[in-house]
Design a protein around this ligand. Sequence first.
Ligand SMILES: [Zn+2]
Ligand SMILES: [Zn+2]
Length: 418
Amino acid sequence: MLTSTILHSAKAAHSTIRRIRRMLHRNPELSFREYETSAYIQSELQRLGIAFRVMATTGVVAEIGTGERCVALRADIDALPIQEETHLEYSSENPGIMHACGHDAHTAMLLGAASLLKEYELQHGVSSIGGVVKLIFQPGEELSPGGASIMIREGVLENPRPEAIFGQHVNPEGSVGTVAFVSGTMMASTDELYWTIRSAGGHAAQPHMVADPILLAAHLITQLQTLVSRRLNPIHAGVLSVCTIHGGHATNVIPDTVELSGTLRSMDTAWREEALRSIHHHTEMLASSPLFGTAQAELRIVPGYPALVNHPATTHFARQAAEKLLGASHVQDFEPKMWGEDFAYYTREIPGTFWMLGVRPPDYDSIPSLHNPKFILDEDALPIGAALLAYVALQYLATPSRLALQSGNASPLSNFSF
Ligand SMILES: [Zn+2]
Ligand SMILES: [Zn+2]
């Protein structure tokens, strides 16, 4: 397919994709409660004549094309517990809930890609796509355990099993018209940590008669900072942030409980496990120290998403496709972030790549970040993201799998004529 044809078709579909995005933006729903969103996606797929099934209650999986081979495209569909402050005319009508991570745009762009692929199939015949494109509309990206892990458990990567998977996220740091890639590790694992420190509490003027959970919490926070600064190889990335601390209610009372919570983020699986063991060990060791008397400390770890690792071969492939579609000057490197993203579960199962789509308006130096109540995006990015998804899928299926998944210096697309 000619790149100009797909871009032209995507631009012709711009108003439809924007209508879908605005409808979703106006009606955001929280993770795993995307009932209206799911129904709306299903109605749009029905309108396009694309078969689908429902998974993980609010997830939708559609398929276009026919044949032995399969490639998957994924969008997440959930919103965040944030009160919108953009004052857009299509602002959220659900109080306290907002599409502040751009998942409305992700969903609209995947539906846009669906319409482009359907149009292609109608124009060129039933076998023209060269296989099956599986479209995954996934719930619950923002909330542990993540919709991806549930969809995988329910078989989204089976019957047929995709050879590769591609997904995208809006990028407020990239200007509209650009796309950015990382080969290898792109985002971190995200474990949640919850501590409860208990003692009998007592009079502030008689600390020698009680165990002080506030002092123990202070030592714990300080000691844990050495984990990243002194136990992690400095050329690897890791973060431990204690982000909440609650305890006490009066200046003259040593409280009986202090609660802390935080996050451990890592790009390295071995260090992640070692760090979790070490946090456990430090918590127990401090609580058992005679300095803190009879204080007790409990640590609860809620395992988060694994680190997101892009396969070098699919990344090489998608990057080349993006260069063909958008021009090499519009394709950039993305600096890895310690964010979490449950797309990581898919790339643990099959080769895949997650890219960042620029959404910053060209006349802005910066826009509010993701998860900010003022987050906005330039809707001119919508047809670009839709075209790129459809184009990568079509090119993937048009390239023999042994070439498409060839990594290193080999250039799979150079063997393929556009
Ligand atoms: Zn988010
Ligand atoms: Zn997101």
